[in-house]
Design a binder for this molecule. Structure first.
Ligand SMILES: Nc1ncnc2c1ncn2[C@@H]1O[C@H](COP(=O)(O)OP(=O)(O)O)[C@@H](O)[C@H]1O
Ligand SMILES: [Mg+2]
Length: 388
């Protein structure tokens, strides 16, 4: 063994136990992540779209079981599962109709650290919280999304439980790879480091059909979902090209910093070239929307505003109005392997927490609206609400 490898091995010596201790730290006592978020009656009313009185009446006449109470008899609040049961009783799930296409939304950019996985996980949870049926597919061997959902990717997930066997054409459908998460109405196909194998293996099978595998896989399960969120790797490799071809909508997170701006332009150029080549071999790619999301925005940095203005000019009409701010609440929640939506209360301060939730909601609401606009069955409701 050379001295180089020896040095790397030394760095890796204790990683196994470190990963385990992270999990003990985050999810004691039994190491299993659960959805501990409970919604107040006020929140339930907003989420379900029915009044306190309607909810209370349904509890009284037994259509709904009352929420759990604490030792002092106080209500503990409603779980998302209970909220969704209410929606079923009141008929207020906002689903697509059978004739609307499910949205297959890739959160894509070139670079790591631009917030792709953060945006993907918060958006998927937000949409599930609104009552949509959501699947999130971790397409990145770095597996941040899988980690967020409570797994140690390389310990808890077997390579045969990721996209890998399907990309190896060893499976007929993606159904066996889908697992439920603790977040009601949100399923996951996880990833781990072995998914990186797919890059070599797909590249060694020189046929146009290696780029359409993911799309074909998604077609086998998409009827079960309103929205499928794809969280790809920060590169335009073989798996990401599968993502580009499988998607029917694109969200591109871009921090307002010079290097990120120019790398996003490089990304768009490479994307264009790749799409031209995919279209030549496989047929047309139809995106229902392509939007840039300003991510990691810090209003205290004056240079950022100039770049936001530049982005709005350059990508006229394609930049979301809502911006994802850099927030200590997001990074603090991330350090606890949680999203901000999973928190019952602030980690930093109430002010920072509430502002962060408002920001996340405004970004996600804008994306939700784009999704609903793509569904003909929602057109009337959007028109009546003045949202078309
Ligand atoms: N808006 C934000 N505010 C604070 N920290 C963020 C924000 N977005 C992402 N981060 C942090 O930056 C890191 C990289 O984000 P991530 O979403 O994993 O990026 P990507 O998937 O593009 O590589 C993570 O530690 C995450 O918690
Ligand atoms: Mg990521």
């Amino acid at each position: 063994m050379g001295a180089g490898l020896d040095k790397i091995n030394k760095l890796l010596e204790h990683t196994e136990s470190l990963r385990r201790s992270f999990r003990n730290f985050n999810f004691s006592p039994d190491n299993i992540k659960r959805d501990e978020r409970r919604y107040s009656l006020k929140e339930a009313q907003e989420l379900v779209g029915r009044s306190y009185q309607a909810i209370r009446d349904a509890e009284k006449d037994g259509r709904l079981s009352p929420p759990e109470t604490g030792p002092n008899g106080r209500r503990l609040g409603f779980s998302l599962n209970e909220i969704n049961k209410m929606r079923d009783i009141f008929g207020t799930r906002p689903r697509r109709s059978e004739n609307d296409d499910p949205i297959i939304l890739a959160i894509q950019n070139f670079k790591g650290g631009v917030s792709k996985s953060t945006v993907a996980c918060h958006l998927a949870q937000y949409l599930a919280k609104q009552g949509y049926r959501v699947l999130i597919i971790d397409c990145d061997s770095q597996a941040s999304t899988t980690t967020t959902f409570g797994y140690i990717p390389d310990d808890d997930i077997n390579e045969n439980e990721t996209l890998l066997p399907f990309l190896r054409e060893e499976a007929e459908t993606l159904a066996p790879f889908v697992r439920k998460t603790y977040w009601d109405s949100l399923d996951l196909i996880p990833a781990n480091l072995m998914l990186y194998q797919a890059e070599y293996e797909l590249a060694s099978r020189p046929s146009a059909s290696t780029f359409s595998l993911l799309r074909e896989g998604i077609e086998t399960i998409q009827d079960n979902y309103d929205v499928i969120v794809l969280d790809p790797a920060p590169a335009l490799g073989m798996v990401s090209l599968n993502v580009i071809y499988a998607a029917n909508a694109l969200l591109i997170p871009m921090p307002p910093a010079m290097y990120d701006f120019s790398s996003t332009i490089s990304f768009l150029t490479m994307l264009k070239n790749s799409m031209e080549s995919l279209e030549k071999h496989l047929g047309s790619i139809e995106y229902k929307f392509v939007k840039i999301l300003i991510s990691r925005y810090d209003e205290n940095k004056s240079a950022q505003q100039a770049l936001v203005d530049l982005a709005n000019d350059q990508f006229e009409g394609s930049v979301l109005t809502a911006k994802m701010r850099d927030s200590a609440e997001i990074s603090s929640a991330g350090n606890r392997q949680r999203t901000v939506y999973e928190l019952n209360g602030p980690i930093t301060s109430s002010k920072v927490h509430n502002r962060c939730i408002n920001i996340l909601d405004s970004v996600n609401r804008e994306v939700e609206l784009l999704i609903r606009k793509s569904w003909p069955s929602h057109a009337k409701a959007l028109r009546e609400a003045g949202l078309d």
